[in-house]
Design a binder for this molecule. Sequence first.
Ligand code: MLT
Length: 264
Amino acid sequence: MFATLNGVRLFYTDRGKGKSPALLLIHGFPLDHRLWDAQLAALARTMRVIAPDLRGHGASAAPAGPFTMDQHADDLAALLDHLKVRQAVVAGLSMGGYVAFAFWRRHKERVQALALLDTRAEPDSVVAKANRDVAAARVQEVGAAAYSREMLPRLLAPASQADEQISGAALMMEAQSVAGFVGDLRSLRDRADSRPILPTITVPTLVLVGEADALTPPTDAQTMVAAIPDARLAVIPQAGHLSPLENPKAVNAALREFVRVVTA
Ligand code: MLT
């Protein structure tokens, strides 16, 4: 479905309507709501599951960038308004986690609980910032498809590299627009340091990470668990950075149990 929010036409999937609680799933970069296909199918049996495409991603429009995490967070608040959802369990993977931090800063009254998947609180280092600019230039030079093929192996656990589900990830990445890629490489580069807000997160929080996540490794997850007052850790076996795709059964079980406990 589509809604024009904050002047941008955004796509979203909304399953299990009428059920409570609501789970808002925020995808990473350079992905879209299809990252969550397995979660949408399994979890919507017992809860409402909302999975948007952020501006610049998937079927959503890609207005002129650069985008910001704050802007993505405000788009999601507008989506919850549009759907008349007062509060949600907010779950974000990687860049989606950075958006979830911005959402907590700006709309914390809408957050019933938080799930931070394969993400980190640290901002980009000077070197990482420079690499974002290199990546933006490379995407503009070779296109989203070629760049995605270069990037994908770094996102997956060695065990997942041959998995047929992973071809879905490749297709999803290759379909993203150059404008969306470049817009979010800037938002990733310029994102805030979220370490100072970790102690202010007063809602129950699940920190979930693939055991073989090379981009945001389990040590990043442990740092967040130590700093967030009411946090628990789930390490997902046989998964890298794209744990919801690589081991959907384990991620579904962890999310289902977390939502059950925190909304009981
Ligand atoms: C993501 O998966 O959303 C990105 O890889 C995050 C990042 O590059 O920091």
